[in-house]
Design a protein around this ligand. Structure first.
Ligand code: ATP
Ligand code: MG
Length: 264
């Protein structure tokens, strides 16, 4: 019998409230989800429902009021440093060159900087940044900045990655290119990815599974398995099967009054 845990990451019945002006504001109201090892799991939900809060809890920046976070089936309370986390804004340090930005993880962990830089330099072409290692972030396009932030997250060398709307601020063409590129990189590294987006098409194109959250306080409204074959190709977005998945997600989002979902 195979008794390996089925979830690489499991969120079990997590509650969180903030105090705003002395009043408790409930943000997460019993959220549970599971990402199997090596899968791509996306979370969508109305703006302000608590998605980024959930990520900051998973990565250990905050603790839930109730509930547990499990990695490989084991509840983990001290989670800081256990996952790679790309926050909603890219937060590249403007005074550091690209190469110095992307090795931040290894540097913080006291690793040999020269070795980390060599590894990062070798990965620049894969991340579309060849020749830009010595540039400052201000000299990069929006898409390049996001790829640099992704390289920094990948170089943390964790097998769980949390990506909070990494392509949110980009135009549609850049975004499509980066989605395809991310899938290629992911196939190569096979990390477990948790991903947040407002874009249902992006969610279907990338994911093995999508969780739709309700408006705040967030609860899981629906879990949709995206059974489209891999590798995914752009032409798949034109199929009836793809449209049916999009429809399922849109229906689940529909009664959320503050939904800011893109249906492109
Ligand atoms: N540190 C904090 N203190 C008080 N309230 C907070 C804090 N962080 C978030 N909130 C509130 O919690 C709710 C959820 O915020 P969160 O950033 O998790 O939403 P989100 O789903 O990521 O939204 P978006 O899609 O716009 O990024 C919001 O109402 C927000 O104002
Ligand atoms: Mg957010």
């Amino acid at each position: 019998m195979n008794d390996a845990p089925t979830c690489k990451v499991e969120i079990r019945d997590v509650y969180k409230a903030y105090r705003v002006d002395g009043q408790p504001t409930e943000v997460l109201a019993g959220v549970s989800l599971c990402a199997a090892a090596g899968t791509f799991v996306t979370i969508i939900g109305p703006s302000g429902c608590g998605k980024s809060t959930l990520f900051s809890i998973i990565c250990g920046l905050q603790q839930p009021d109730r509930g547990e976070i499990l990695f490989d089936g084991v509840p983990v309370r001290q989670r800081l440093g256990a996952v790679g986390y790309m926050p909603q804004r890219d937060l590249l340090l403007p005074w550091r060159r690209v190469l110095d930005n992307v090795i931040l993880g290894p540097e913080i962990h006291g690793e040999d900087i020269a070795v980390a830089k060599r590894e990062a330099r070798d990965l620049l072409p894969l991340f579309g940044l060849e020749g830009f290692g010595d540039s400052y972030p201000a000299a990069l396009s929006g898409g390049m900045r996001q790829r640099a932030a992704l390289l920094r997250t990948f170089l943390c060398r964790k097998d769980i990655l949390l990506l909070d709307e990494p392509f949110g601020a980009l135009d549609a063409i850049t975004r499509n290119g980066l989605q395809e590129w991310l899938l290629e990189v992911w196939q190569r590294f096979r990390y477990t990815i948790l991903f947040i987006t407002h874009d249902v098409e992006e969610a279907v194109f990338l994911s093995d599974k999508v969780y739709v959250l309700s408006a705040r306080p967030a609860q899981v409204r629906r879990e949709v398995r995206i059974t489209l074959p891999r590798p995914r190709q752009r032409a798949m977005t034109l199929t009836a099967e793809f449209a049916a998945f999009k429809q399922q997600l849109l229906e689940a989002l529909q009664d959320s009054p503050h939904s800011q979902v893109s249906t492109t």
